[in-house]
Design a protein around this ligand. Structure first.
Ligand code: HEM
Length: 413
């Protein structure tokens, strides 16, 4: 059961269905759903500190049009029909299925017209990475607490099954799109510890703390360190109401993280040296409430901290580029852990109005500007860069729901 979503297919689905005891709630009238496909927050559970919690299971399906050239109106109708069935079949919630369908620059390049919104091709974002790029047409992100719902939705969208949650599928997505890459993820305290023995990248002995939602032992996504959905929403033009998404797939190798760093050193490298000095983080960081503690002082004194403690933290570095003029975060991170390919890894979707904001945060996280401090090297004592390896990058436009089915570059039908 633990690996059902990672494995996928009919056998995994029937195992999940056998184990399921509660019905999956059906969706309301799709008209009542938010136009922004990324507007998940008001439907997400929150923890005691009002941080949003992501669903437990995730699927990222890369999709390619089965025909060359520009999609036809019939293709568009087929995708619209398949997605409308998904919306009707499952409640837009943890207990049902949340979704978003996004498109690459490669997809828009099929058309003669220019895309009416800036969407750069994916590229290397650090001198020490050699990622592959998502050149497929589209990406469907599905998320649910119910692995049975997620697997059933996938099977039905791919035409392997006639119904979704008891509703007939008139047109499966697979009539026009085929899956060229399937990624899976999970999020929830305890889930990484439960899976740590099954993957490479985690040393023996079960070091991942039981209460942690991430393989690295901490919690991420504090409300005040995340952009609001409004802040990442495109506000004008044909794609107003939508957003952009960067998706990175990252492998983790945590031997040295767990075998050479004590807790205090981990806090220094994840948050900041001052977080460790002041004892701000307990355990996975639940005690931080709704703010990571990465404030102006932590950010502005990063050089002094590098000199005094010989290291810099991941969050303090990234924060340098993650604030607008009023000091509010620019990126909405919705990353999840993964055991794909038997490796401890993560899928890192980040939402922002413009991809360039993501690129700038990643550059700040690279910390190349700090390597003149003698102890700071490009990947050593430099946040978490020693332990993470970028495998894939993709950039996407997430159109508003009204034009989510094979949009044209101008948003016209
Ligand atoms: C294994 C990979 C990663 C882990 C375990 C991780 C973990 C964390 C943690 C624990 C925090 C502090 C809490 C929070 O504010 O959420 C944080 C902050 C942050 N991380 Fe990561 N992160 C990872 C990769 C990345 C990547 C690839 C980026 C992309 C550039 C990134 C961007 C950020 C940003 C923007 C912040 C918030 C800083 C701020 O503005 O306060 N992280 N991360």
């Amino acid at each position: 059961m633990k690996l059902a979503v990672a494995t996928g297919g009919a056998t995994a689905l029937s195992a999940c269905l056998r184990a399921a005891d509660e019905p999956v709630p059906r969706g309301d009238d799709p008209e009542t759903l938010p136009d922004g496909q990324h507007r998940w927050n008001e439907f997400l559970a929150t923890d005691d500190a009002s941080n949003h919690e992501l669903p437990r299971h995730h699927l990222f399906l890369s999709l390619d049009l089965v025909t060359d050239g520009v999609p036809t109106d019939d293709d568009r109708d087929a995708v619209a029909s398949a997605m409308a069935t998904l919306d009707r079949a499952y409640e837009w919630s943890h207990a049902g299925v949340l979704s978003s369908l996004a498109y690459t620059p490669a997809y828009f390049a099929r058309f003669d017209a220019d895309l009416a919104y800036p969407l750069p091709e994916p590229r290397r974002l650090s001198p020490f990475e050699t990622p592959e790029f998502d050149t497929q047409d589209a990406l469907l992100h599905l998320a649910s607490d119910r692995s049975d719902a997620l697997l059933e939705a996938e099977q039905a969208l791919l035409g392997e099954q006639d119904q979704m949650n008891g509703i007939d599928v008139e047109t499966p997505l697979s009539d026009v799109l085929s899956v060229s890459n399937r990624r899976t993820g999970f999020m929830g305290a305890g889930m990484p510890a439960e899976r740590q023995g099954e993957v490479t990248g985690i040393p023996a002995g079960g070091p991942v703390p039981e209460e942690s939602p991430l393989f690295m032992g901490f919690k991420a996504g504090f409300r005040k360190n995340q952009a609001t959905e409004d802040a990442v929403t495109v506000d004008e033009g044909p794609f107003a109401g939508g957003t952009t998404k960067h998706l990175a797939t990252i492998r983790q190798r945590l031997d040295d993280w767990y075998e050479e760093q004590n807790f205090e050193e981990q806090v220094m490298e994840m948050f900041s040296p001052l977080h460790a000095e002041r004892g701000l983080v307990e355990g996975a960081g639940e005690n931080l409430g709704d703010f990571s503690g990465v404030d102006d002082e932590i950010v502005e004194t990063i050089r002094e901290q590098a000199r005094d403690y010989g290291r810099v933290g991941h969050a303090q570095k990234a924060a340098r580029a993650n604030r607008d003029a009023d000091g509010n975060p620019l990126l909405l991170r919705r990353h999840v852990e993964s055991t794909d390919d038997g490796e401890a890894s993560l899928h890192f979707p980040s939402l922002q109005t413009r991809i360039e904001s993501f690129d700038a945060v990643r550059e700040a996280m690279n910390g190349s500007d700090l390597t003149d401090v003698p102890t700071i090297r490009q990947r050593v004592n430099n946040g978490i860069l020693e332990y993470i390896f970028v495998k894939r990058r993709g950039n996407y436009l997430v159109p508003p729901r009204s034009v989510r089915a094979l949009p044209t570059p101008t948003g016209d039908r």
